[in-house]
Design a protein around this ligand. Structure first.
Ligand SMILES: Nc1nc2c(c(=O)[nH]1)N[C@H]1C(S)=C(S)[C@@H](COP(=O)(O)OP(=O)(O)OC[C@H]3O[C@@H](n4cnc5c(=O)[nH]c(N)nc54)[C@H](O)[C@@H]3O)O[C@H]1N2
Ligand SMILES: Nc1nc2c(c(=O)[nH]1)N[C@H]1C(S)=C(S)[C@@H](COP(=O)(O)OP(=O)(O)OC[C@H]3O[C@@H](n4cnc5c(=O)[nH]c(N)nc54)[C@H](O)[C@@H]3O)O[C@H]1N2
Ligand code: SF4
Ligand SMILES: [Mo]
Length: 904
């Protein structure tokens, strides 16, 4: 690719479903820089901490660059032939349902389309499921039950127009940061706007909430069923809308009314006063948007939660109106695109239904396919169970890491290991999943490939390449199409470019549609390579005649097509009678805890890491916010179980256990634990959280209940704790607990040992990768006190420093890491390292809060004590929070706490 220094390439962020526009630039020396695209309608120039650090995550370190067969490098032809022949042979011998694809909401629409087409139309099975099963399946099922289609009615603008935003099970400040910032900005303009957060934990999102309802785990169905009853009792219904556009209201209200306020209070753990205040606010505010994500979807009652929420919006006519509607926000960059192509086991392409024979015939006809899947395939959890018991004999995993992210992950790993033929397409050579593949296929990464993604508000944007393909990596769609050709389906997989795939996808969406299906981007069916190159972000629906090169108006036209980019304000749902369906829901209370497992483990995300850390783990900036796996526990529970802050603890369930750091905090709900999903075998000794979670699923959607797992916690009897920094990536396998993280100049590692009878100098040498005698070592040992500090130097540079103590090591992490890039010609500085504390003018910055400028909690606290009384003042003094703004909520918490402390 020719590098034009002045040229910025317009692309889209590969992380969350906000779908921010990114401008990427490659300088003459190959340095990549990114900034927010000021013209993109999702972010208008903003980027969060993850988006801002994209350039730090695209190096080739650890990349899979060549195909591999059984651990040896192979040519593409050999690898593709083997994949195609093994799949074909397995199908011939055992039938089409003996093979499966497990794919991802991080594939581009073109990749996803081709994979789904191959499985459903040419293999003739629907055994293609996706990590969206763990993510969006309950929302999809809830939408289809209520609307007759998987339609998100609203747009981001509705969040700015709303007078009330209810956030349910959504940590927007950390997981959809730019959307969160749009809300914050809108509220600054209209301070009367109210925000309610429904989350068992007091997350950073609570920072902007006028009301935080610390709901009992899975209390949501009761909360919203109680709300429906309240709306009925308080004359807050939109009777005209209900009559004209819905069915099933009477029965739903009747069932809801059986629930009195006291039982709602009992089921939600909220007081009747809290309920009353929330209910009256909802009843009184017609411009209400309810935003929800994994606290709703990832539950054994996830689909009911979705419908309980939608019921309240239908009952008040608040659907698809400016500033009003239920709003499921998508997690992955292309969760929505995956739904459009029908990449789930229970859907057909272009929002058509697998159970509908007309739809099946239509898709088959359009594809001129030899077969068409006749019935839904296996959903993720069932799929891996079928792999385990040998029903599935050939499995192809693309762009997802199920050994870390599926519930009951040890069983999933065992199933993959036992499967006779496993193909994995990934960008990395080694992940917890890739390591078990028989065939490894090197996929092109973000920045190297072209395609489209659809964000949470149905907006389709281009991802564009700005880097050359490294090694022999290829885009996913091409890899799948090559296998399709080699399985004998050349004609159907002859696309030469992603634009041809996109045009076919667009044509199918408009094929025999006439407004009968919500998903219609028929206007783009004629897009050519040039039009695709120039494609500006647009929202669907975009029906219309095929006209190459034309940018159609957003929104549709006649008939029951929506009159704007919002759906359903005037009814016209996609059910047979065009009416929305109320779903009658009866809340059920389920106790999962037991005397052996008395706590509820809740799981989720942190601000600066993305899933299994394959990309964010490469960035020093993103790795400094939180550098090790942890579990949050309420102070009362910590006391009950004898756990101190920063202890190493074992959290276990009947399925497995992890070793993580304890974080004692009153932001956590009593009786619950919270741990992040991100740590893997690549980054920690025993941090794979999904080893604990159960394959318990929602009966309608098949989505696993990842937020409500019975668990117990106990202190790990560590005899010694350690912390080290080093230039080379360490392999600290002999420690009972370790967690490595990238830092500027090298790596840092947290350690704990069940035994303290250790040759620390030998351990340090192995950790730093310095053979005995090869480096200049400085050491301080106080054996009686259990304190050891060892530093190794290579010329004027530190190669590594290890700090050992009988309790959690108190040395400043930021300061220690900075020693890796400091000049150590001066011997006084060297001694300060073994003294274990910052010498001279260096201040301990504390835990890093602002990753963009590397500002720590201690510095912020100090600035508040020095007179900075607001987030803005901190920004002016320290720059913290002034770039991406993702840390502003945390800064506010520190400012408030300091001011409160000063007042006490
Ligand atoms: N930084 C970062 N951002 C991300 C991602 C990432 O890995 N890192 N991943 C992306 C993806 S794929 C997704 S799906 C989204 C997820 O985005 P979110 O859904 O916002 O994130 P989670 O942390 O999984 O869960 C949200 C909240 O649900 C709460 N919760 C748990 N149980 C319940 C309950 O019973 N009821 C209610 N009301 N709440 C409950 C949890 O306490 C948690 O705070 O984030 C996307 N954005
Ligand atoms: N306990 C618990 N578990 C969870 C969740 C939770 O909240 N709690 N959340 C669930 C949810 S919502 C989700 S979305 C999943 C996410 O879980 P995963 O999908 O397993 O997580 P990722 O780390 O995003 O995995 C993406 C993989 O694709 C690779 N990759 C990146 N780009 C490309 C590409 O262009 N092509 C190919 N072929 N590969 C690529 C990466 O290297 C990585 O190995 O986790 C689920 N698991
Ligand atoms: S909010 Fe952050 S992670 Fe999400 S798309 Fe925007 S820049 Fe990327
Ligand atoms: Mo997700």
């Amino acid at each position: 690719m020719e590098i034009d220094e002045a040229r910025e390439v317009r692309t889209t962020c590969p992380y969350c479903g906000v779908g921010c526009g990114v401008l990427a630039k490659v300088a003459a020396d190959g340095q990549v820089s990114v900034r927010g695209d000021p013209d993109h309608p999702a972010n208008f120039g903003r980027l969060c901490s993850k988006g801002s650090a994209l350039a730090e995550t695209i190096d080739l370190d650890g990349r899979l660059l060549y195909p591999e067969i059984h651990d040896r490098r192979a040519g593409w032809d050999e690898a593709l032939d083997l994949v195609a022949s093994t799949f074909s042979q397995t199908i011939a011998e055992h039938g089409p349902d003996a093979v499966a694809f497990y794919v991802s909401g991080q594939l581009l629409t073109e990749d996803y389309y081709v994979a789904n087409k191959l499985m459903k139309g040419f293999v003739g099975s629907a055994n293609i499921d996706t990590n969206s099963r763990l993510c969006m399946a309950s929302s999809v099922a809830g939408h289809r039950r209520a609307f007759g289609s998987d339609t998100v009615p609203g747009t981001y603008e509705d969040l700015e127009l709303a007078d009330l935003i209810v956030l349910v099970g959504s940590n927007l400040a950390w997981c959809h940061p730019v959307l969160y910032q749009r809300i914050v900005a809108a509220r600054e303009k209209r301070p009367e706007m109210k925000i309610v957060l429904v989350d068992p934990r007091r997350t950073m999102t609570a920072d902007i909430a006028d009301m935080h309802l610390a709901i009992a785990p899975d209390g949501d169905v009761a909360l919203f069923t109680g709300l429906l009853a309240y709306l009925g009792q308080h004359n807050a219904l939109d009777r005209a809308y209900i009559t004209a556009h819905t069915t099933g209201f009477g029965q739903a209200l009747f069932a809801a009314s059986a629930l009195d306020l006291a039982s709602v209070a009992a089921a939600t753990g909220l007081t009747e006063d809290e309920l009353g205040r929330f209910y009256s606010l909802f009843a009184a505010t017609s411009k209400t948007v309810t935003v929800y994500s994994q606290g709703v979807n990832q539950s054994s009652s996830g689909t009911d939660k979705v419908n309980a929420i939608i019921n309240c919006h239908l009952a008040t006519g608040r659907v698809g109106r400016p500033g009003a509607g239920p709003f499921s926000v998508t997690g992955q960059p292309n969760a929505m695109g995956g739904r459009e192509v029908g990449g789930m086991a229970n859907m057909l392409a272009a929002h058509m239904e697998i159970e509908n024979p007309e739809h099946r015939k239509r898709v088959q006809r359009f594809w001129t396919a030899p077969a068409i899947a006749e019935r839904p395939g296996l959903k993720a959890v069932e799929m891996f169970q079928a792999v385990a018991d040998g029903r599935i004999k050939a499995l192809w995993i693309m762009a997802t890491n199920p050994v870390d992210s599926m519930p009951d992950a040890d069983a999933v790993e065992a199933a993959i290991k036992a499967c006779p033929f496993v193909v994995v397409s990934d960008v990395l050579a080694r992940t917890d999943t890739v390591r078990h593949a028989h065939i490894r296929l090197p996929a092109a990464a973000w920045g190297e490939k072209d395609g489209t993604v659809t964000n949470s508000e149905r907006r389709i944007s281009r991802q564009r390449a700005f880097l050359d393909l490294p090694g022999e990596a290829r885009p996913d769609w091409q890899i799948v199409a090559e296998v399709g050709k080699r399985m004998g389906f050349g004609e159907a997989f002859s696309h030469a470019t992603p634009s041809e795939v996109f045009a076919e996808h667009a044509a199918l969406s408009g094929f025999e549609n006439d407004g009968a299906r919500d998903f219609d981007i028929g206007a783009y069916a004629g897009v050519d390579a040039e039009g695709y190159e120039e494609l500006a972000p647009f929202q669907w629906p975009a029906p219309g005649p095929v006209q190459a090169g034309r940018q159609p108006e957003e929104g549709g036209q006649a008939g029951h097509r929506p009159s704007s980019i919002r759906f359903f304000a005037d009814g016209n749902f996609y059910t047979p009678d065009r009416k929305a369906r109320f779903i009658t829901i009866r809340p059920t209370v389920e106790t999962r805890t037991s005397p052996d497992y008395p706590l509820i483990l809740n799981t989720g995300r942190i601000r600066d890491h993305w899933h299994t850390m394959t990309r964010t783990g490469k960035s020093p900036r993103l790795s400094q916010h939180i550098a090790e796996p942890f579990v949050e526990i309420h102070p009362a529970d910590a006391q009950r179980f004898g756990i101190g802050d920063a202890d190493i603890v074992r959290v276990s369930s009947p399925r497995g256990d992890v070793l993580v750091r304890a974080l004692v905090t009153a932001r956590q709900r009593q009786g619950s634990l919270f741990a992040p999903m991100h740590w893997t075998d690549q980054f920690s000794a025993k941090g794979r959280l999904d080893a604990l979670t159960a394959p318990l699923i929602d009966p309608v959607s098949g989505q696993p209940a990842l937020k409500h797992v019975a668990a117990r916690i106990e202190k790990f009897a560590a005899k010694a704790f350690g912390f080290a920094v080093m230039r080379q990536r360490p392999a600290p396998d002999t420690a009972s607990y370790w967690a490595v993280a990238k830092c500027r100049g090298g790596w840092r590692v947290e350690l704990a040992f069940g035994d303290d009878d250790i040759d620390w100098a030998g351990f340090a040498g192995a950790l730093f990768g310095t053979p005995p005698g090869a480096a200049e070592m400085l050491a301080y040992h106080d054996r009686d006190a259990g304190q050891h500090r060892i530093a190794a130097f290579d010329g004027d540079h530190l190669s590594g420093a290890l700090f050992v103590a009988p309790g959690p090591v108190a040395v400043s992490r930021g300061w220690a890491a900075e020693q890796l890039t400091a000049d150590h010609a001066n011997r006084r500085g060297r001694l300060a390292i073994v003294a274990g504390r910052p010498g001279g003018v260096d201040v301990d910055r504390g835990a890093i809060v602002c990753s963009c400028f590397g500002v720590g909690a201690n510095q912020i606290a100090q600035a508040v004590r020095g007179g900075c009384a607001s987030v803005e003042a901190i920004g002016a003094a320290l720059h913290a929070g002034t770039n991406c703004g993702s840390c502003r909520a945390e800064i506010r918490v520190i400012v408030d706490a300091q001011i409160l402390q000063a007042a006490e």
